[in-house]
Design a protein around this ligand. Sequence first.
Ligand code: CP3
Length: 335
Amino acid sequence: MKPLLIRSIEGEPIERFPVWIMRQAGRYMPEYRALKERYSFSELCLNPELSVEVALQPIKAFDLDAAILFCDIMIPAKALGFDISFAPGPVVANPIKTFEDIKRLPSFCDLDPLKTVFKAVELLKKEIGNRALFGFAGTPWTLACYLLDQKPFKHFERTSIWLHQNPTALHLLLEKLTELTVSYVMAQVRAGADVIQLFDSWGGVLPAAQYQEFSLNYTNRVFRALKETNSKSILYINGASHLVTPLTKVEADGIGFDSRTNLETFDLAFEKHTLQGNLDPSALFDPAVKELTQKLLKKLTRKNRFILNLGHGVLQETPHEGVREFIAAVKEFKL
Ligand code: CP3
């Protein structure tokens, strides 16, 4: 039988809703912090054996329905010649400053520097039994936000300024990032990924009028390429409340969204899509996390095409008891 999470996306019979947690591997786990004493974050991402070890940590500690490749959305930018480090957020030593910098980027990139990532997907697949395996990438817009980001702004306003001052340059950058992302996720699928999630973590900074032109149109090109494969696709968007109308044009199988976004609105607006979300990550610190999770599940009118998750990544000091109660809530919830 197919993994529960895949059946839920396909609308096939399910015994309960599946669950996984964004950023399920990471600093809230002591096993992860122990490895970080010996290796840098980039080493954990680029060494296949270490990446698999980290990805399996939450699978061993909690009974989750999916594993996710351990890597970062900024790692593929290395294939375009960007010098990326983490402190702990991404730092680009050679950010884009001019249109010339964009023109100089290769259009077709050599994925050789990323082959260890595909190896990690291949190895991880063998270790996770009948769970779904997520590969992922950032959306072209969200990657552009990090590559163009320069002080003094805090919320990637630099990228929105390019949109107004030099839209042609921004479109060329998004074009090149789309080419990179298509080849990167297709290689993950060939290596064994069942689902590809594209993270539009900064899509929500765009006004609704520009979201389609500068983010969704590019992201949809990646989803169209994935349609030629057997894999499933999910768009995660942070700050999605004002984007319901443009998002109805998404060409992914599912949409994941943040906790400020109203679940009921999405439940009605996206009847044919799978929804993924959206408990507030801080709710895992609440002694009543199980009730809060079941309250969220009761709001749904659907009995399928749903994946329980948080609205954003799990927070650093999250108590493991909270994680266990969150998972137990969906396992005990009667459909
Ligand atoms: O378990 C998983 O979900 C897989 C691993 C994963 C990481 N980053 C590991 C990571 C995934 C899927 C990501 C995606 C990612 N990376 C996103 C999209 C999700 C989101 O949060 O919106 C973004 C925006 C990034 C960029 C990034 N990388 C940031 C902002 C940071 C710092 C965040 C923080 O928590 O401090 C990183 C570093 C990073 N990526 C860490 C991990 C485990 C922390 C590195 C460390 O241990 O020091």
